[in-house]
Design a protein around this ligand. Sequence first.
Ligand code: COA
Length: 366
Amino acid sequence: MNDFRPGLEGVVAFQTEIAEPDEEGGALRYRGVDIEELVGHYPYEAIWGLLVDESFDPGMPHPDEYAPKHLTGNAPSDLQAETARLSSEWGLKKLVDTDLDETRDDLARLSAQMMSIVAKSAAIHDGREPAPDDVVSQGETAAEAFLLRWRGEANPDHVKAIDTYWICTAEHGLNASTFTARIAASTGADAGAAMSAAVGALSGPLHGGAPARVLPMLDEVAAKGDPEGYVKDLLDRRGRIMGFGHRIYRAEDPRSRILKRTVQEIGSHRLEVAEALEEAALAELHRRKPDYVIATNVEFYSAVLLDVAEVPPDLTPAMFACARVAGWSAHILEEKRTGRLIRPSAQYVGPSSRPASAVGRAPVRT
Ligand code: COA
């Protein structure tokens, strides 16, 4: 086996009709539509419809009335546990036993409920009771309802920030969490199992957790007032600058462009330091790796935009998960429609055949 590719880089595992990251041109299209045309014109729940149903209408529904069983206030783990629990609470059928319409409806209910779980967990984290349904139902969009449920109020700038962030990060091809969702779906597991598996994969800092690490970086640069020195020092220690680099894009990440523009429109006390760090990071990364494009990725200005909406850093993986319910749903459905059991191979490079005694004596049981 000479075709081993660490990290499966460049390996084409599926064909998809959902999203197209145009790596050279730095554009991202959902079902063929550039996200530049979507942000600010359609709310997130309509984008859910575009990605899942290829139609803005009816989009993601309102959540069912449902009380999660055990919220701790740690949103990423609450979301993973409660989503898995919905499979049994709602008696979701295995994907092998449902038709496409049933699967789509399960995914729609799950998506809406997952947002509600995150908002409730965030309220508990803040020491508040989540707002009652009559308050939440005043929200005109999913982002507004989310904030109402979490905080009992929805500042329009915060609604715009969250809606923009969710749309920009709703789907991005075969990233780690989406791959995970498709793997689970390919086994015929139910939609709740596939969604909760995806949440777990998203929680790591190299995928969904980077925004949480961007703000401390910005604070350090603001305190020292020396972005160039910060970057050089970090790279000399072989550290990674969070919010830069991407496995796919070899050009500016289009989502970063939109997120930055939105921060500029709404305003942020962190914008100046973010722009200074970005400039210093891009220059130094380019100086050290002139042949490898490492540009600003989605996470850098996501962190600043979510900060504008007063989303604490440790909530950012769960906010990312809220955004990705659309992409995961679309891929789970596509997997059901087109897929077969995912079962790649591993190249064995361990010890050659040997007796157990070569490993050591058997422990003596008393
Ligand atoms: N800061 C410093 N160096 C970086 C870097 C970053 N953000 N991103 C890549 N590099 C360097 C690596 O250190 C490596 O250098 P080396 O060859 O001298 O060891 C080289 O670029 C290639 O790294 P690799 O991890 O193979 O590149 P990739 O394109 O597959 O990486 C990421 C993609 C996202 C994993 C990587 O850019 C990263 O870790 N970024 C920071 C975390 C982040 O922002 N994650 C969110 C992604 S949306």
